[in-house]
Ligand binder design. Structure first.
Ligand code: ATP
Ligand code: MG
Length: 429
């Protein structure tokens, strides 16, 4: 194929053999969020570039070098969203749905775009499920977010493979005092810092804590700790969160170097990390951003949220082989009919069965074919049972019912009794 007909590097097709697992993941999360009282919001994928500059912060990796930005035909600078929080805040402000202290518990799903170096678990178009809560400022809601994800890992069967890392960045006042102390300390060790960190020291000093450079990490060992700079309010909030996680029995490790890539966090920050995916180990990350809405021109409105990377979580399910049987097998029953008359009767019979068993995954053979070829297709479909309609069955108004996976002999079932019989052999729903 010519080069112009290939997908863009780092932007992937999700093929039919992969979509069942994606949909299983997405529907599991959606059901969980419904049950906890969260409502879905859908925002556009493209926004004015200014939105991301104002919210994410000019001196972050995303805004500095990862955004897909272009001019549209009107000359407006637009950007493919690199994350969801900014657009979500824009949307709630634009529609006034957080005004007067109204609580909003929202979630969204969809593609995000960042011009990063593509590798396993890191793509240029990737997908997130994100969640934002507005106007609840206590640690109880921070805890609920984490408890919900903990339940999700349990339902997905990956709980033992993820670890919760937790930190508090304090209020903006305490973070300001900490930043001063950190800058003073790092400036005294300026020559030992890597180039990137030297630059960050001037633009976004907290991000130095995030460094992967070994020399800089060595300098950081004795650096001032955020925990020593938390004011009473931040400390009480953090203790409140930990007490709730303890009450539910969710283990966590405190990571004083966890600062998150984005500028807007305050108080709680957390990440769920795994060692099962190589270098791309963060599957879900979030925190509190009490100042963001005001920074974006709204009235003071607290916020807390997280986003999880769907590619990485799907990869986890595959790596840990946590794929439900129902997902790997897409067909329950396959109907084979031989001859025109049987084909017509088969179609009508299939519809009657579908009326009675709406969750049954019943596939009717298309394209006719010999006994042998239809049977081969039935077997290849993965179905548990084949239904057979030939001349004999037509004459007796029955259908042949043949287990394909080695459980028992073929039997004849009367047309009227077919749905009831299937209901006893195939797990529905
Ligand atoms: P990382 O440190 O891995 O770059 P991040 O801090 O940039 O992550 P967030 O902006 O917090 O990530 O996004 C939340 C989640 O989205 C991440 O924890 C990850 O699971 C997923 N994610 C982020 N960037 C990518 C990407 N380029 N490809 C795939 N998933 C991603
Ligand atoms: Mg990143």
């Amino acid at each position: 194929m010519s080069k112009s007909l290939q997908a863009i590097r780092g932007m992937n097709d999700i093929l039919p053999e992969q979509t069942p697992l994606w949909r299983y993941f997405e529907s599991t999360v959606a059901r969980l969020l419904d049950n906890y009282g969260y409502k879905q919001i859908r925002m556009p994928i493209v926004e004015f570039t200014e939105l991301f500059k104002r919210s994410i912060g000019e001196v972050t990796d995303i805004v500095e070098k990862e955004m897909y930005t272009f001019e549209d035909r009107n000359g407006d600078s637009l950007t493919l969203r690199p994350e969801g929080t900014a657009a979500c805040v824009r949307a709630v402000l634009e529609h006034g749905i957080t005004g007067g202290g109204q609580v909003q518990k929202l979630w969204y799903i969809g593609p995000m775009f960042r011009h990063e170096r593509p590798q396993k678990g890191r793509y240029r178009q990737f997908h997130q499920i994100g969640l934002e809560v507005f106007n609840l400022d206590g640690p109880d809601i921070d805890a609920e977010l984490i408890i919900m994800t903990w339940r999700l890992w349990g339902e997905l069967g990956i709980r033992d493979a993820v670890k919760l890392e937790l930190n508090s960045l304090g209020t903006s006042e305490s973070r300001g005092r900490y930043r001063e102390a950190l800058v003073e300390y790092l400036s005294a060790h300026h020559d030992k810092l890597d180039e990137d960190s030297q630059r960050r020291l001037k633009t976004n000093p907290l991000r130095v804590l995030d460094t992967k450079n070994a020399d800089t990490q060595a300098v950081l060992v004795d650096a001032p700790k955020m925990a020593d700079y938390l004011d009473d309010e931040s400390r009480a909030h953090f203790e409140g969160l930990k007490a709730r996680l303890d009450a539910v029995g969710i283990p966590y490790v405190l990571n004083p170097k966890l600062v998150r890539g984005l500028d807007y966090y305050s108080k709680t920050v957390f990440e769920w990390v795994t060692d099962k995916l190589g270098a791309q180990g963060t599957v879900c990350a979030g925190g509190r951003y009490d100042g963001l809405v005001e920074q974006m021109g709204g009235k003071p409105t607290t916020g807390v949220g997280f986003a999880m990377g769907i590619e990485r979580l799907v990869l986890m399910l595959e790596t840990l082989e946590q794929i439900p049987e129902k997902i790997s097998r897409q067909v329950d029953v396959y109907l084979c009919a031989f001859g025109e008359e049987a084909e017509l009767a088969g179609l009508a019979l299939a519809e009657r069965v579908r009326d009675q068993l709406p969750n049954l995954r019943l596939q009717v053979n298309a394209g006719a074919g010999s006994f042998k070829s239809q049977f081969k297709k039935a077997d290849k479909s993965g179905a548990l049972y084949a239904l057979i309609l030939g001349d004999d069955e037509m004459a007796q108004q029955v259908v042949g019912f043949k287990p394909l996976r080695g459980q028992g002999e073929q039997q004849s079932i009367a047309w009227d009794a077919l749905a009831a019989h299937l209901a006893t052999c195939v797990v529905q729903g």
